[in-house]
Design a protein around this ligand. Sequence first.
Ligand SMILES: Nc1nc2c(ncn2[C@@H]2O[C@H](COP(=O)(O)OP(=O)(O)OP(=O)(O)O)[C@@H](O)[C@H]2O)c(=O)[nH]1
Ligand SMILES: [Mg+2]
Ligand SMILES: [Zn+2]
Length: 352
Amino acid sequence: MLPATETAALAPYGWSERVQTLWNDIDVGALPTRARPGRVVRIERGVREVADASGTVGPASGNTAVAVGDWVCLTGTRVLCALPRWSALARMGPADSGSTAGVQVLAANVDVVVVTAPADRLHVSRVEREVAVAWESGGRPLVVLTKADLDNGSGLASLRSRLAGTEVIATSVRGSEGSGLAELRHVLAAGVTGALLGPSGAGKSTLVNALLGDDVLRTGATRAGDGRGRHTTTSRRLLCIPGGGALIDMPGLRSLAMAGARHLDSAFADIDELARGCRFSDCRHGTEPGCAVRAAIAAGTLDAGRLAGFTKLGRELAAERRRSDPLAAREARRRYSRRSRDARRNDKRRPW
Ligand SMILES: Nc1nc2c(ncn2[C@@H]2O[C@H](COP(=O)(O)OP(=O)(O)OP(=O)(O)O)[C@@H](O)[C@H]2O)c(=O)[nH]1
Ligand SMILES: [Mg+2]
Ligand SMILES: [Zn+2]
């Protein structure tokens, strides 16, 4: 049993009954007597920092692969093992990393994935994709329209109509006390771990600072010409919100290829629901007769952009699956060669 003082000291980092249970489940008999729990709170260029009951230790050694947010078992500054994850925010390794099917875990044990989208440079399809990645993690998404003071009035409405079923809030740190921060605080209550996703310059680190009530993280002005961020944040870091949960800040991502795709239906639950009314069970909601999804668009109850987003993501995921799954790739090649063979045959039949 861990002393209560130790678990109390870990509470700000998100120690909960769930973690306690995971800790109890590890075979303590097989561990050195001085083994203690900790949480990975920072990774910068491979250097890992772990928080334990008496502060932060690091650089941590050990061969266990860990991500920020992982709960680990420590002796001294050595990571012996990681506790099983209940969620993992992951992406396919960036194309330039040389790994073809490598999955990169960005953050572990995240309950709420905070998908940020700046009002002054809003790309709804990017948000849609990040929401799908969030569902895929095992956590749940919360969409935050940041810099709401720069919204021309339509940003929040367009996000809400395209992201039916996902909670969307708007925040701003401008003004005397900002706006939307109380709602965010409410979601990121004690015991909850959040992680910030979104492009560089979205205002992720600024949000963390606002929640901490202190400028702990460096923030950077966006470029004058196109409003893009300058990739100010370079490490992944878990910070404790006073009186609340833990929040993981990350560098803005350029590319976010999804690792796996089981949860596209959760991100588009409304389309999934409507599709049950389509005449054909494999309806692609294109030109098929009796399509309930297109009927909903015609009736004005479903946003056409939402179907476009769903179709685009579906195509992307199929491509991703072919890249990472040799069986799916072989099946796709077979289908392709069959189709081109049929096409050649048809060509021969043609008299011209
Ligand atoms: N007008 C306005 N500007 C904001 C707001 N929040 C952040 N900003 C500005 O947006 C710029 C980028 O903010 P950051 O917090 O550094 O953005 P980031 O998402 O952490 O970016 P990376 O670390 O590069 O991924 C800074 O100049 C902030 O001052 C806001 O609510 N309103
Ligand atoms: Mg940042
Ligand atoms: Zn259909």
